[in-house]
Ligand binder design. Sequence first.
Ligand SMILES: Nc1ncnc2c1ncn2[C@@H]1O[C@H](COP(=O)(O)OP(=O)(O)OP(=O)(O)O)[C@@H](O)[C@H]1O
Ligand SMILES: [Mg+2]
Length: 141
Amino acid sequence: MRHIIAATDGSPGANRALDLAVRMAKTGGCELTILTIGGTIPGAELRRIAAADGDLSETLVESANQILERARKRAQRLGMTVKLQIEWGDPAETIIDTARRENADMLVVGRRGRGRLSAMLLGSVSQKLASLAPCPVLVVP
Ligand SMILES: Nc1ncnc2c1ncn2[C@@H]1O[C@H](COP(=O)(O)OP(=O)(O)OP(=O)(O)O)[C@@H](O)[C@H]1O
Ligand SMILES: [Mg+2]
């Protein structure tokens, strides 16, 4: 195993997945990329940004960067240097495309993310990844 991708939306579930990805990458001596798919901001937050003054595209980039920087710090505390990557689009589709393009050997994701309304056991992103990803997917509870 050479390259692990941990996908994060900044949620507690994604953080747990990231911690495990870091431990696995360290143990296995693999490269670790932290990937976030930007642009999926809840409506209420969008409204607040628009009301504040906001340049939407700048805000989306900032929000994605903030998620990645927090994740980088988390990995650093565990002693791991990581690569950061932002992509844009439908989260599941884009994670799958990226895993394929970057030749990922494994994807690590949380069981749930920031979405709160769904009664499903698995989030829709982790569910799609488990079904469609080109590599093994580790879904962390
Ligand atoms: N935008 C994203 N960028 C990167 N990874 C993501 C993104 N969204 C979700 N993930 C990954 O998928 C995991 C599961 O999140 P998912 O979105 O499937 O659950 P949810 O937000 O609870 O449900 P839903 O989005 O279907 O309402 C997250 O813990 C994270 O690892
Ligand atoms: Mg989600």
